[in-house]
Design a protein around this ligand. Sequence first.
Ligand SMILES: [Zn+2]
Length: 141
Amino acid sequence: MSNTATTTSRAPTAVTDTVRTVAGEGDVIDFSSAVDALITWGRRSTRARTKPRRSIKLGSYSASERLIRVHPVLDKPWVPRYFVSYIVYHEMLHHVIPSSQGSGRRMLHPPLFQERERLFRDFERSLAWERAHIGRLLRAA
Ligand SMILES: [Zn+2]
């Protein structure tokens, strides 16, 4: 998924090409089971907001639909590509590593998930970018 090419097409597409883009440069994650997932931009809310937005879900994964949704606010020229890749990577991990049942509590990000997430080559850089730009993202969403 590029920041520019997909703005007109909102239909879910196979995640295969995105997997190649995201995991392409020698990443250690085996995403062979992710190729049957789909990816799409999330829909923009049409409801007018009465209060300023205080949080934002930049990506989501629906296990029942096998569908990754990426927030349309990331479809902006000032959002670096590695950050979009990080969001997609994170959601693909949800597809590959199901949430586990801990001691009665559902763990959305079990230790194995977190371990593998840190293997993303721009992990620290992406977190730093998010911290630095969260205000702008919230205003732009
Ligand atoms: Zn998550």
